[in-house]
Design a protein around this ligand. Sequence first.
Ligand SMILES: C[S@@+](CC[C@H](N)C(=O)[O-])C[C@H]1O[C@@H](n2cnc3c(N)ncnc32)[C@H](O)[C@@H]1O
Length: 247
Amino acid sequence: MTKMIEKAPYTSIAKIYDYLMEDVDYKIWMDLIEEIFAHFKTEPKTILELGCGTGSICVELESRGYKMTGIDLAAEMIDFAKTKSDSVNFQVGDMRNFSFEEKFDSALCLFDSINYVHTLEEISQVLDKTYEVLKEGGIFIFDISTEVNSIQNFNGYYEADQFEGFEYTFESFYLRSDKMHLNQITVEHPDFAETYIEKHYQKVYKTEELQEILEKSKFEILGVFDGFEIEEATKESARVNFVLRKK
Ligand SMILES: C[S@@+](CC[C@H](N)C(=O)[O-])C[C@H]1O[C@@H](n2cnc3c(N)ncnc32)[C@H](O)[C@@H]1O
């Protein structure tokens, strides 16, 4: 059996992340984000994205005229993002502890990025830090992947593929008693001497427990929507968008 070396999340997969996400339609997704802006009659010009990964959302929104800044914990993801745009301000940063002198009109944290923040205490830190860097009236939209998504769409999911010299496997498990979702990804790549494995643990939060934290935060809650439309989230929602405003 091939020896596998464990790597931190989003380090070895940075080079293949966009291939893994090739079925994700960021255009349609950003149409929804713009609809949410319009719904709340806000017209942001500057946007900060937390957990921007390889920058697909930043690049898409930049093409629509927004001035984008993106931070991500993984330097490898930021390095790749920088190859996609010279004008987005991409920086390595931790959403639990960051600051900017600039104040932004809006902030986003999308595609499960906040599920990587594993405690409610740390979620509160993300909220506080984001609040500090927003202008008054600024909108913060973040999403979560829910237990419905873990159970119905991903538990037991497996895929394997190869493309342009690299190979990967992707396995997904819901660790129900820990309320944790585990994605295991192995990568063989011509640039790597060994096969790498990454274990991604995503905390599966209940919508209600996040709502409780949000009610205690400085933000005003504008909406808790299903992830795919501007309709209130239900028990069947696989993704939920939280829309907050800085008072
Ligand atoms: C599923 S990816 C989403 C990336 C991007 N938003 C997209 O839509 O393609 C989650 C990202 O969150 C980042 N992340 C996880 N924890 C983080 C933290 N504490 N601070 C900043 N980024 C973090 C990961 O490095 C990863 O790039």
